[in-house]
Write a protein that binds this ligand. Structure first.
Ligand code: BTN
Length: 239
């Protein structure tokens, strides 16, 4: 175990899922912040029961820290905004934006995935995958996956990890000191489709309307028939 910026860090060659590995570290419930990275994942998980194809050369990292569960909706925004800001800092010309709830798109292609889960005790786990070197070819996606390398942006896996951890720390501190407003404003300033007509695909239903913003829990606000409807989970598409 190494210490990095106040985090207890373990790097592995191969794990099933870095979210599971970091969860095991939090069994001690000692309040420390843990982060796990791995070269390979054999059972990477995505949102909504999907799997995360984990190609070698990409970043797989999971952070575990104590936080109140009721704040998870805001923390997702800190996690994704921090990734956008890290990549923009590394590559100032990058065409990057955020897609609710937690996707980071480069040239309208999905280059990363973020999965927040409840950990042991008061721990929250934030898992991040970034397609640095390669992306799986999956047919039929509206926002196909691509890698940073596909667009000519080169970075080392651990360089990106270290830079990300620093940005996340700074943004998390900002949130603790000032609350959600600044994070929400910065997130929305980079949001795809804000003010535009979108289609939201939920488990059993689709709804279209104007993407009007997000509330203080990170819930999407959809304007339909002069009403603001709250969307708690789903995938959005531009119409
Ligand atoms: C998604 O877009 O559906 C979220 C994908 C999250 C993938 C990352 S990779 C590191 C961590 N370990 C996992 O098993 N999943 C997350």
């Amino acid at each position: 175990m190494q210490s990095i910026n106040g985090w207890q860090w373990e790097e592995y060659d191969e794990v099933v899922s870095t979210n599971d590995t970091v969860r095991n570290l939090t069994n001690k419930k000692d309040g420390a912040k843990y982060v796990v990275t791995a070269l390979r994942q054999t059972g990477g998980r995505g949102r909504r029961g999907r799997s995360w194809v984990s190609l070698e050369g990409n970043l797989f990292m999971s952070m575990a820290f104590e936080a109140e569960l009721k704040n998870v909706g805001q923390i997702v925004f800190i996690v994704s905004l921090s990734l956008l800001e890290t990549l923009r800092h590394l590559f100032p010309d990058i065409n990057i934006c955020l897609k609710w709830p937690n996707d980071v798109l480069v040239n309208d292609r999905k280059i990363s995935g973020i999965l927040l889960e409840k950990g042991e005790g008061d721990y929250i786990i934030a898992g991040i995958g970034v397609n640095i070197a390669a992306a799986p070819k999956i047919d039929g996606l509206v926002y196909p996956a691509q890698s940073l390398a596909d667009f000519g942006f080169e970075t080392g896996r651990l360089d990106l990890f270290r830079a990300y951890l620093q940005t996340f720390e700074a943004n998390y501190k900002l949130w603790q000191e000032q609350g959600f407003e600044t994070i929400r404003a910065r997130w929305l300033a980079n949001a795809k489709n804000l003010g535009k007509e979108i289609l939201v695909r939920m488990n059993n239903e689709e709804r279209s309307g104007i993407f009007a913003g997000v509330d203080e829990n990170g819930t999407l606000l959809l304007e339909r028939n002069n009403n603001l409807e709250k969307i708690y989970a789903g995938d959005i598409f531009c119409l």
